[in-house]
Design a protein around this ligand. Sequence first.
Ligand SMILES: Cc1cc2nc3c(=O)[nH]c(=O)nc-3n(C[C@H](O)[C@H](O)[C@H](O)COP(=O)(O)O)c2cc1C
Length: 174
Amino acid sequence: MKTAVVYASKHGTTGFVAQKIRNLLPDDEVVMFNLDRRERIDLRPFGRIIIGSPLYSGTSLPVVRKFIEQNLLDLLQKEVGIFVCCMFHDKADSQIIKGFPELLRNHARSIRNMGGEYRFEEMNCIERLVVKKISGATGSVSEINARNIELFVRELTVDASQPCFTEPNSFVKL
Ligand SMILES: Cc1cc2nc3c(=O)[nH]c(=O)nc-3n(C[C@H](O)[C@H](O)[C@H](O)COP(=O)(O)O)c2cc1C
């Protein structure tokens, strides 16, 4: 199925995960859209839309929320997957609820937390100070969850008429 992977990323992790997802969809025609580039996205050719956002300040990025708001009716006509990258894993569920509208969450075939990273080399001084304060980290940390990436792709690509075969989906799962 023709698939659009629409994502935004501040420090590169969500883009990295988006690419991993793309690589796991070998038979599909996949087009990547980075919302940070502010390009106009025509969703009409796509049957499946994957939306990815990192979580900052307890929610998704404004550019992702805007994309969803502007395209909600179209998105509800497509197969949708939502993934996030974040580091407060025990708060992932509530942050996802805040960051994505209920209609879209209920419509999505899969919603998964892919873990995240602190990429110190990509951060400015203030961000480094904030991360040090909130997490105690003094250098780069990677907690990407390869298993959840695999499960997400499986949940999106499995025949919808088949019973659910995969692990129960909690957004928070790492
Ligand atoms: C300044 C700052 C604030 C953050 N705030 C949150 C947050 O509120 N909740 C959370 O779960 N993760 C938070 N994170 C972790 C990011 O979601 C994580 O680093 C993610 O991998 C970033 O993805 P990106 O590289 O695509 O921007 C924060 C990270 C930074 C650097």
